[in-house]
Design a protein. Structure first.
Length: 510
């Protein structure tokens, strides 16, 4: 028996806990999670804190001896108190969702199992669950259905940025094969891709990472509703082609991050077809809203995409990080990633389903069991209840736009398409100044500055949290609603908070 073996056969240095301590660990962390899930408003949306305070609380030395369960759970509870509360009904910044209780506990269970979902061989059950979850997501957004895209497939990713990166890699490999064989840059003219000026930053970033360069993302103007101008798109592609460039892909937004605008997908699909471009839809923010009956028509044409990104960690309310990338023809992704199967990951299974590996369809090798939270969420709530929650979020955003429109001191800056409302605070004096054409530019600049300060005051106040967008050069307060807890009353309260902070700022400005 080696030195580190105890009499019972176990190792002296095991990290296992004795049964009663394991039970206590579960109770303590379970309670922490339950308290959080059952009282999302108990803590301010943003903590009253500072970098210095956090350094004092969590910046300590590496412990040489363990701290024990009591101290550990107390420290974790403090981390919760020092966090922004994404589950709070008045958290409107960026695209932040609460975690459903089902998603949160499914995540815990998946972490305990700790499957490495590389392939069927490594994780048979979890692989099948992920394949099913991906199929359900495709059905939910109308990307798959009877007669359309019956063989589509895909995989879960860490988020929308990763889904977009993988999509562009496959697009480039598929459409610009000759170039890729000759290295990243290929020979001859650069390969170009097209997207509206409202496209998410993850697209130019992906182009950069892939070695194409940000400048190869050719911006196309958007219309007054922030949707891509299809005529301009067509003209740009044609002009570039005539000038010897090699257009290979068009990216449409199914919900832009700033305003939630949905590009006319059918028309973009036609341009893609005409010019043999890969058609990618970035639906990271909005695609799941296709499940809401009143929004379905906006997404017509999504079924024609070659690939679609969508984020369960946004509008399926699953815990972070969970994105999804769908391919109309998964075999094209497989071809793009081919050549990675040699060596220690070689698969010996002969039956097709059992030889399945996710590394054939994306960049990751080791992958967490993300699918359990998606599969559990959809299994427990069902598609109808999820769609109703999304529908409810959209209704609340529409209500906010109504309230803004009906208030003399607010101005709506973009139409509400899905769950995002963009507006600004405009005090009476500024309103009068805006009527004077000669002073309009200067007044707008002052309003930009005022609203920026108002946003910061609101964020740090802890009662509500809005973020910002820049729309046609103007600073907008932006409220994004992907939270089934948010009510109309929360909207009224938030507008009151903004008004109050606005008045305070104007007074200090004068
Ligand atoms: C339209 C759009 N695309 C991509 C992303 C990136 O997604 P993620 O933050 O999951 O990487 C976002 C995030 O808000 C988004 O709104």
């Amino acid at each position: 028996m080696s030195d580190d073996r105890q009499e019972g056969g176990g190792r002296a240095t095991t990290l296992d806990l004795p049964p009663e301590e394991l039970e206590e660990l579960g109770q303590r962390f379970g309670r922490l999670a339950l308290e959080h899930l059952s009282a999302p408003e108990a803590l301010p949306v943003f903590p009253e804190t500072s970098a210095e305070r956090l350094a004092g609380l969590f910046g300590g030395r590496l412990p040489t001896e363990g701290v024990g369960l009591e101290a550990l759970t107390q420290a974790c509870a403090e981390v919760f108190r020092q966090s922004r509360q994404n589950g709070h009904p008045r958290m409107f910044g960026y695209v932040a969702s609460p975690a459903t209780p089902v998603g949160a506990f499914a995540s815990l269970a998946a972490a305990a199992l700790n499957s490495n979902v590389t392939s069927w061989r490594s994780a048979p059950g979890p692989t099948r669950v992920e394949q099913t979850a991906v199929r359900w997501l495709a059905e939910l957004i109308g990307f798959r259905g009877e007669g359309v895209n019956e063989t589509c497939g895909g995989l879960l990713t860490s988020g929308g940025s990763m889904a977009n990166l993988n999509a562009l890699f496959v697009a480039h490999r598929s459409q610009a094969r000759d170039a890729s064989r000759k290295g990243l840059w290929g020979e001859g003219a650069p390969a170009t891709l097209y997207a509206s000026d409202q496209i998410h930053l993850s697209i130019p970033k992906a182009a950069d990472i892939l070695g194409l360069g940000r400048e190869q993302v050719r911006p196309v103007p958007s219309d007054e509703r922030f949707r891509v101008d299809v005529r301009a798109l067509r003209e740009r592609v044609e002009a570039d082609r005539q000038n010897g460039l090699r257009p290979f892909c068009v990216v449409a937004s199914a919900g832009t991050v700033s305003t939630g605008a949905v590009d006319p997908l059918k028309e973009v699909a036609t341009v893609a077809r005409e010019h043999s471009l890969w058609f990618h839809v970035d639906g990271a923010y909005g695609a799941l809203a296709a499940s809401a009956r009143s929004k379905r028509a906006l997404f017509d044409g999504i079924e024609e995409a070659d690939s679609v990104s969508l984020d369960p960690h946004k509008w399926l309310y699953t815990p972070l990080g969970c994105g999804c990338l769908l391919f109309r023809e998964p075999e094209r992704a497989r071809a793009a990633f081919a050549g990675t199967e040699e060596g220690y990951i070689k698969v010996f299974e002969r039956e097709e389903a059992e030889a399945f590996a996710f590394w054939d369809y994306g960049t990751e090798l080791s992958r967490p069991f993300r699918a359990l939270k998606v599969w559990a969420t959809l299994s427990y709530y069902g598609a109808e209840r999820i769609a109703a929650a999304i529908e409810g979020d959209c209704r609340v955003a529409e209500y906010m736009a109504e309230r803004v429109g009906a208030s003399a001191d607010f101005e709506l800056l973009a139409p509400v398409t899905l769950g995002i409302c963009c507006f600004r605070y405009v005090p009476e004096a500024a309103r009068r100044e805006l009527e004077d054409e000669g002073r309009r530019e200067e007044t707008n600049a002052r309003l930009d500055n005022l609203n920026e300060r108002v946003m910061q005051r609101v964020q740090r106040g802890g009662e509500a949290y809005v973020s910002n967008a820049v729309l046609r050069g103007r600073f907008a307060l932006r409220a994004s609603i992907t939270n089934y807890r948010t009510t109309r009353k929360d909207i009224d309260t938030t507008l009151e908070v903004i008004r109050r902070e606005g008045k305070g700022e104007v007074m200090s400005d004068e």
